[in-house]
Write a protein that binds this ligand. Structure first.
Ligand code: A3P
Length: 288
């Protein structure tokens, strides 16, 4: 049986206690960020583990060793999770880390550094659908209830890392200038080699076209789904039960259309639109 306290509250955000502790969050706050570090930042279910596959290969010129030998959570660890303290000394420079933290909770050393950020943004309707299934398979998260009930929780921000709109706003309104690259999950689905090319240009790794194609091939949904280092099959069933729903579930854009009723779509759209109405940025997809 899992402990009943699924979440801890950290500066107003719900975080799963399985991976986060007061110590891990303190470790993150004191983490000495290096100028060469690359952070992948996402709201959960936006393509985090996909980037944990792609970025090491982009940084190392396409050597497949890390994705074939190191589980994703050790290969590109989460800044805020317990595991980082155990593996930090094994990370090769340039280091790659992932984070779900909002911008304001990044450590002081990050702001003082020249570290780069790749922010992956995904259509919130698909994020919500993905999260709904994830809550069914993840034994360390509360039961999502019905789809309708989960939508209410999602829109209220009563889920891990709070509201989707707040996360996006926090990372869209930064002073990072050319230190941050925005990329959509949808453009990765549509043309992965083009996305890898963009990432390679951003981190300055100058990959050849052959290497770009090789990375795209090895980071495809179908290849990742059978990679034991990336599909979470190394995690006990108690924590992640892929028979309920696999972590690599569908890997497509637009699955929300199979889930939202017209009423749910209207409600979802109006809440998201209202929360973003005074923002200067626009979303890369139509919300309707
Ligand atoms: P779905 O549940 O819609 O399939 P995160 O890693 O942030 O938790 O995001 C998980 C989502 O990314 C899941 O979405 C998962 O299938 C998708 N994903 C992971 N690797 C992918 C890949 N190679 N191609 C497409 N989608 C991928």
């Amino acid at each position: 049986m899992l402990p009943s306290s699924t979440y801890m509250l950290y500066k107003g955000y719900l975080l799963p206690t399985l991976a986060h502790t007061t110590e891990s969050l303190e470790f993150a706050q004191n983490f000495p960020v290096e100028d060469t570090d690359v952070f992948v930042v996402t709201y959960p279910k936006s393509g985090t583990i996909w980037m944990q596959e792609i970025i090491p290969l982009v940084l190392n010129g396409g050597d497949l060793t890390p994705i074939q030998t190191i589980p994703n959570w050790d290969r590109v660890p989460w800044l805020e999770e317990k595991r980082l303290a155990c593996v930090v000394d094994q990370l090769k420079s340039p280091r790659a880390l992932v984070s779900h933290l909002p911008y304001k909770l990044m450590p002081p050393s990050f702001h003082a550094s020249k570290a780069k950020v790749i922010y992956v943004i995904r259509n919130p309707k698909d994020v919500m659908v993905s999260s709904y299934y994830f809550h069914q398979m993840a034994g360390f998260l509360p039961d999502p209830g019905t789809f309708e009930e989960f939508m209410d929780k999602f829109l209220e921000g009563e889920v891990m890392f709070g509201k989707w709109t707040e996360h996006v706003k926090s990372w869209k309104n930064t002073e990072l200038g050319d230190r941050i690259l925005y990329i959509t999950y949808e453009e990765m689905v549509q043309d992965l080699p083009a996305a890898v090319r963009k990432l390679s240009g951003f981190v300055g790794s100058n990959l050849s076209e052959d290497v770009i194609q090789k990375i795209a091939e090895h980071c495809s949904f179908h290849t990742m789904k059978v990679n034991r280092m990336s599909n979470f099959s190394l995690i006990p069933k108690l924590y992640m039960d892929s028979e309920k729903s696999p972590f690599l579930r569908k890997g497509i854009a637009g699955d929300w259309e199979n889930h939202f009723s017209p009423e749910q779509l209207a409600k979802f759209t109006s809440v998201i639109r209202k929360e973003l109405e005074n923002e200067s940025f626009s979303l890369p997809w139509c919300l309707d």
